[in-house]
Design a protein around this ligand. Structure first.
Ligand code: ADP
Length: 485
């Protein structure tokens, strides 16, 4: 991997603690493999709770100075970090594809998407305003200050090794918090490369630490039990989110949770079918179906069901499965054997209960964790896919008759992250966007992620928002000052 990088020093395998690059105390390492080929890319420092506690202590030591700097100063450093991420996009993308598997163009897009949060929050850093409130008594003057929470910590997944971290670190640093990030075991190299650039950009020692570790639950406990950490921000499954929320309760710690989704994608009779097919393709198959906002349940109204299915099938057949580093690949491998099993289980369950296989359906001839992009029709609500995220390249088509039925089906889940629908009737568009119980609704589009808008879920999909003018709130406290004159 180092051989294809312009700047080999971005391939860092040590942990970054309190401004120093360090091995684990006991020298332990874990292997990072390339999911497309199965070969070992690097051996990365495998930290324990002890070293993570040290990173937290360093973060505490650095935080007050960082917060005391002017917002302009913090903004300038974040801006430099953004510039360096953009300058090094090719290398960051190559590292990301190698450890995660997504095609290089998607990896580039992710790096730029991650960087866009650093840019955005470099700007927002300077716009953290307080309030003055007319007093409730003649001698009272009321002001509201907004101050950084303190030390923040994150736990993130492998599906967006760069952007999930950038989305959390950027607002935290902008607000004046310091940060300890534990990247996913599958994809620590992107996080470490980001830290190399953060250091070059002038992020002071201790303000950002990266603590790779295979001991996920130990690190989660340290983050929740160490009284110095005042904020936990997590992206991952609802199941693990619940564990962390329970653990965080003991310290009444502030938490942001970006959890699972089960996104419905609804195509109404009055939709532009070609546009809907195009939207469904990116929404379902981006990152090989491994995003929490990927369409998981595709509901198509009876009148356009067959027409949609035919065009969707044709589009799916154009996907090219392969190594993400190879030219022309649209669809990489899945992250792991476990991920393949989940897709297979959902397909089997649906077929056993009467769904029809239109295309794909099995592991790809390339072997490893490559899987054929799959389309199923005649999928019904009793099948597992209607309640659980597949997180893979399987598109299930459900049929519905009425708008009310579609909305009821879409909302019939514990999740509430992203929903999508295609329709042209203005009244319908208005009714449906209001009726969907989701934090994010895409209307006539299959792509909704941007740094300028608030990303986050309702119901069991999470707490808090990332990006936009609201994202920085998750890292700030409000202090009301009552002055008697
Ligand atoms: P995914 O299926 O996307 O990996 P998970 O919720 O299982 O979703 O994992 C998300 C992140 O949370 C990963 O970095 C994982 O290592 C970490 N994790 C898993 N279990 C725990 C736990 N009990 N405490 C803290 N972190 C955990």
């Amino acid at each position: 991997l180092r051989a294809i990088l312009k700047d080999g020093s971005l391939l860092e395998t040590r942990a970054f603690i309190g401004g120093k690059w360090a091995d684990a105390d006991d020298g332990a390492t874990f292997e990072v493999t390339n999911p497309a080929r199965g070969d070992v890319l690097a051996k990365v420092a495998d930290l324990t709770r002890v070293e993570v506690a040290r990173a937290i202590a360093a973060a505490e030591g650095a935080q007050k100075d960082w917060a005391r700097r002017t917002a302009k100063d913090r903004a300038g450093i974040l801006r430099r970090w953004f510039d360096l991420m953009v300058e090094n996009v090719d290398d960051l993308a190559a590292i990301l594809t190698a450890e995660q598997g997504k095609p290089l163009p998607e990896a580039r897009a992710e790096v730029l998407y991650g960087a866009s949060f650093v840019e955005w929050f470099s700007e927002e850093a300077r716009r953290v305003y307080g309030d003055t409130i007319p007093g409730h008594q003649p001698d009272k003057r009321i002001t509201v200050l907004r101050q950084p929470i303190g030390v923040a910590a994150s736990i993130t997944p492998w599906n967006f090794p760069n952007a999930m971290i950038a989305r959390k670190v950027a607002p935290a640093l902008a607000a004046g918090c310091s940060f300890v990030a534990r990247p996913a075991t599958e994809t620590p190299l992107s996080a470490l490369a980001m830290a190399v650039l953060a250091e070059r950009a002038g992020v002071p020692a201790g303000v950002l630490s990266i603590v790779p570790s295979t001991h996920a639950s130990d690190i989660g406990k340290e983050f929740c039990e160490n009284p110095v950490v005042r904020k936990l921000t997590f992206t991952g499954s609802t199941e693990v989110g619940r564990i962390l929320l329970r653990q965080a309760a003991d310290q009444v710690m502030k938490c942001s949770m970006e959890l699972g989704g089960n996104a419905p994608f609804i195509v109404f009779d009055d939709a532009d079918i070609d546009a809907a097919v195009e939207g469904a393709m990116v929404c379902k198959f981006r990152n090989n179906g491994q995003t929490c906002v990927c369409a998981n349940r595709i509901y198509v109204q009876a009148g356009v069901y067959d027409a949609f299915a035919v065009k969707f099938e044709a589009a799916i057949k154009k996907l090219r499965v392969g190594d993400g580093l190879a030219e022309g690949t649209t669809t990489g491998p899945l992250i792991s054997g476990k991920a393949v099993q989940k897709v297979q289980a959902h397909i089997k369950d649906a077929l056993d209960k009467g769904a029809k296989l239109v295309v794909g359906g099995k592991p790809h001839d390339l072997g490893g964790t490559f899987f054929e992009p799959t389309l199923l029709t005649d999928v019904t609500p009793d099948m597992a896919v209607s309640q659980e995220e597949t997180f893979g390249p399987m598109a299930p088509l459900f049929r519905f008759e009425t708008e009310e039925e579609a909305v009821a089906l879409a909302n019939d889940t514990i999740f509430g992250l992203a929903a999508y629908f295609y329709a042209r009737d203005v009244s319908r568009v208005t009714r449906v966007q209001e009726a969907l119980e989701y934090g994010i609704v895409g209307v006539n589009t299959g792509i909704i992620s941007t740094e300028v808008a608030p990303f986050g879920g309702v119901k069991q999909s999470g707490l808090g928002r990332e990006g936009s003018k609201y994202g920085i709130e998750d890292f700030m406290e409000m202090k009301y000052v009552c002055l008697s004159v």
